[in-house]
Write a protein that binds this ligand. Sequence first.
Ligand SMILES: [Ca+2]
Ligand SMILES: [Ca+2]
Length: 194
Amino acid sequence: MAGTIRDQRDCCKESCQCVPCTRRCVCASAIGFIILAVIIAAIALIVTVGIPPRTAVNRLCVTTSNQTGFLCDNRETCIPASQVCDTRRHCANGEDEQETLCSDLPNNLPGYLIFHCSNPRFWIPADKRCNGINDCGDCSDEVGTWARCPPCGSQWWSCTMVVFYMYCSCIPRSLCRDGIQHCFDWSDEYICTK
Ligand SMILES: [Ca+2]
Ligand SMILES: [Ca+2]
């Protein structure tokens, strides 16, 4: 037993230079064991879950047409949502078409680039909301509290459409007095002026 204690003290003097060496050697061993366990646990977590992704780059921006857009890597070019994942490179480095964004549409797109139609099966790029065109197919992107669009602009005529097709509650003034009924009340043919 005496030999064992002496051996421990010798070991402590060589490796730790501590007094009283036996107790400190025990502490040092425990700390080393804990550090090793943490490292092993971290490696196991990475192997199991995978390497954690880098923090997402904030690409929220406002386009020249005052719409929410996607900011390119140059931190200057802001493209509309409809130009993201449309198979054409609009950013210089093609970051608008990167696989991490476009591989599982629309799930990998930031929420500000998407408008969900009232039918949960359909979605459209955010810049297609309130553009006058029936992109959702049920006009939920143009009419009602879901879309929250401003009134028709000066280039449009406001009325209740005969049929929801390309337009919803606003028709281009170019369609006024063209001999075709677009508005339920015929106002596009009798009141509207181009
Ligand atoms: Ca694109
Ligand atoms: Ca639309």
